[in-house]
Design a protein around this ligand. Sequence first.
Ligand code: ZN
Length: 293
Amino acid sequence: MKKFILEARINEYAMRDQNVNVPWTSDEIAETAARVREEGAAILHFHARTVDGQPLNTFEAYDEIIRKVRAKSDILILPTLGFISNDTDARRRIDNVVRLARDPVTKPDIAPIDTGSANLESFDTNTLEIGFTERLYLNTTDSLVYYAQKLKEAGVKPKLVSWSVGFTRRALMLMDCGLVDEPGYMLFHMTDGKVITGHPGTAKGLDAHLMFLPDNRNIEWTANILGGNLLALTDTIARRGGHMAIGIGDYPYPEIGHPTNEVLIREAVKIIRSAGREPATPLEAKQMLSLAS
Ligand code: ZN
């Protein structure tokens, strides 16, 4: 059976009030990278953070983290573009990745493109309180085309991030136009908890995504749940032929005692193996996704 690519989403912009193990500093991120790699993760997705956990979008921060990670591990590197913390100019979000790609030591293997815009309000289903009513994650089609062109020039594989079926259609548009090469790497970014903009993190939410993946395209898909327990969906994902992006950046996992990222990856690997699949090494993932060397 096809190997299972595990991407570790180690921190996002999670604070430590829900799980104290969220890595923030470059040393913490590099230590975590080595440990999740040991447990079976092939790809590291991370956000640079300040010492007190705030978003950090400087080139220097990413340069330092990637050098430290690569000194300890062969895990594949997938930095953020900054998400909503870096949206003064949507086109400029790609600048760090393009600059990092000029040096083989710091060149990211993969970089995300969220193929659409989203309302990012919060909704508490118990209190019915609606928060962040003005918050918008803006990705104009102009900026998506620009990211795809820049990543292609830099030899960095795009991860096409789909929050709903319209995003998937726009990702396919980028592939149709030759801006993104096959095999596509597509993340179905489901949302639970207070975030209602994505498909629910359930088998139905996942299947609603999968129904719109065309048969005639070579696409490796992966899945995450912002604000929800992805372990509960791991067996389904493994049996549907997908891959997974899991970490305490997305959800604190109180069900298993607020674990570290490496413990979470270990638990995921147990489920993947019981479904008859093996985690891919970074080298195997590189071949499966046709990444540049
Ligand atoms: Zn992220």
